[in-house]
Ligand binder design. Structure first.
Ligand code: SAH
Length: 232
């Protein structure tokens, strides 16, 4: 009995050691990611860098993908969708100039990772996902970690009117054109970042700014996002 117990204790200690070694490993990978993929490419916003250093990206990808979670590329998350490359998440976060008191709408929850990064910085995050299974999985992990994220399963084309207008809108699927309801739900002085273009082709990441009645748009860089699928 004694022997059995000590064997159990040794096995348990080994398990704990392995778990803590792998979480330290993820921490190191994450800090390398921030240094080599994000800072080195010119992201300077302190809050964005802090959030990217904090959110455990490996918890937002399927178990089979975890070992690549901090690689410099998008990864599959099931249902034909992807979690964006870390640099793109950082870029889209920095460009909306997030502030503590912001209310942000995200279209395309996917893994929930971009929502988590935003939730580290701003007061409230509203995020919409059209694929139920993805939305439910993301809701689970987000609610375990944040009380300022609200997930809805719906077509994001229409935004989330009851909670608008928003200080910023982040769209993470490529639309053929900018959905008018999203422009409407942007605050005066607000910013929206959205990939625009044909699905499965190179699209343009666009910054949309609303100043009174004036809407200005600017192309920032070529990107490749999964398509915005809408009833429209
Ligand atoms: N921000 C996500 C990226 C996910 S990829 C992340 O951090 O992981 C884009 C997501 O947009 C996909 O999950 C896709 O299902 C979703 N999507 C596409 N069209 C949509 C729409 N009309 N409304 C809401 N979500 C949509």
């Amino acid at each position: 009995m004694k022997k059995y117990l000590s064997r159990q204790i040794i096995m348990f200690s080994c398990l704990l050691l392995t778990l803590s070694a792998s979480s330290q490993n993820f921490e190191r990978l994450r800090s390398d990611m921030v240094q080599n993929q994000i800072r080195s490419r010119g992201i300077t916003d302190a809050e964005t860098l802090k959030a990217m250093s904090t959110v455990p990206r490996h918890l937002y990808v399927p178990a089979s993908q975890q070992r690549w979670a901090y690689d410099d590329r998008p990864l599959p998350i099931g249902h034909g969708q992807t979690i964006s490359q870390p640099y793109i998440v950082a870029y889209m976060t920095e460009i909306i100039k997030p502030k503590k008191d912001f209310k942000v709408l995200e279209i395309g929850t996917g893994s929930g990772y971009q929502a988590a990064v935003l939730a580290e910085i701003v007061e409230e995050v509203y995020t919409i996902e059209i694929i139920e299974a993805l939305g439910e999985t993301a809701r689970g992990v987000l609610l375990e970690n944040y009380d300022n994220v609200h997930v809805k399963i719906a077509d994001g084309y229409y935004g989330w009117e009851e909670h608008g207008p928003f200080d910023a809108i982040v769209v993470t699927a490529a639309a053929e054109y900018i959905p008018p309801p999203l422009i409407e739900q942007l605050k005066d002085g607000g910013r929206m970042i959205i990939p625009v273009g044909s699905p499965f082709r190179i699209q343009q990441l666009m910054l949309v700014e609303k100043k009174g009645e004036r809407i200005s748009t600017r192309s920032l860089m070529p990107v490749r996002f999964v398509p915005f699928t809408s009833g429209n």
